[in-house]
Design a protein around this ligand. Structure first.
Ligand code: PAF
Length: 275
């Protein structure tokens, strides 16, 4: 695997890479990322991953400083997955001057759900992803469905800005008990890790209920929030939404998704299930 720390080095390699699939990450890789790398290989001649912990998408009281940085282990996993190129810039490469131009996603889509609890998060994500796409110039870029709202915001950015890249979604990878894999799972204590599965269980319960004909979404959401709270979680939201734009369901034919975010101890977990 070639590791590029500068834009020049990456661009020289890009010129000879043929059809290129790109998987941007913030490192601390797990099997969910590796599944995306393998999926990326099906779309291109070569796969490029990036590792960059993007300060712009963290709020002032969030975990930017403590976000796990595990570069050597990440490189081993990428090598083993057959990834050809890694772009691993530092802040001076990505933000040589203070970033004063930003992508402002549609507030209707970026200030609900995650956006309501993480002000400016999607602006930071969209800005760095636009910049990464401009640097890497891939034919296809892959994002996991675990960050469902991020995927929607980025799809819309690419469509509305007519960026010459196809966006492909990867399925969420789960631990055996159902917990969605996430870099933040490593913050959980052993007891919290056992409890953490409750989040996906609540989502499964709502999915089964809706599939079984229960369309009282408010009641289902409230019951799940109450169950989480009873077990000492601090839920931010449990919400049944339309898949297409994450707005409240209207037409019974809408394809739906249930999304949730909740804090267990000091760790904030998110998850979702398409219904
Ligand atoms: O999903 C992530 O890891 C990040 O939000 C991304 C897309 C790499 C942008 O920093």
């Amino acid at each position: 695997m070639q590791i590029h720390t500068t834009i020049d080095s990456l661009r020289r390699a890009r010129a000879h890479a043929g059809r290129l699939a790109f998987v941007p990450t913030m490192g601390n890789l797990h099997e969910g990322h590796i599944a995306l790398m393998r999926q990326a290989g099906e779309h291109a001649d070569a796969v490029i991953a990036s590792i960059f912990v993007n300060r712009l998408q963290f709020g002032p009281s969030e975990d930017f400083d403590t976000y796990p940085r595990t570069f050597a282990a990440d490189c081993e996993m990428l090598e083993a997955a057959g990834v050809e190129h890694l772009f691993a810039p530092d802040e001076a490469v990505m933000y040589p001057t203070r970033q004063t131009y930003h992508v402002e996603p549609d507030p209707a889509q970026a200030t609900a759900l995650e956006g309501a609890h993480r002000a400016g998060h999607f602006r930071g994500v969209a800005t760095v992803v636009l910049k990464l796409l401009n640097i890497v110039q891939p034919n296809v870029a892959l994002f996991g469905k675990k960050d469902y709202q991020q995927l929607m915001v980025l799809r819309n950015m690419v469509a509305q800005m007519a960026l010459p890249v196809d966006i492909v979604a990867g399925e969420t990878v789960r631990a055996e008990d159902g917990l969605a894999l996430s870099s933040r799972n490593r913050y959980l204590s052993a007891t919290e890790r056992t409890e953490a599965v409750r989040l996906s269980r609540c989502l499964n319960h709502i999915r089964d209920a809706v599939r079984g004909g229960d369309h009282d979404f408010d009641a289902l959401e409230r019951a799940a929030m109450a169950e989480l709270a009873t077990h000492h979680w601090q839920p931010d939201y449990v919400a049944v939404r339309r898949q297409c734009d994450l707005q409240a369901p209207g037409d019974p034919k809408d394809a739906l998704v249930v999304l949730a975010a909740a804090r267990l101890g000091t760790t904030r977990l998110i998850d979702n299930l398409e219904i």
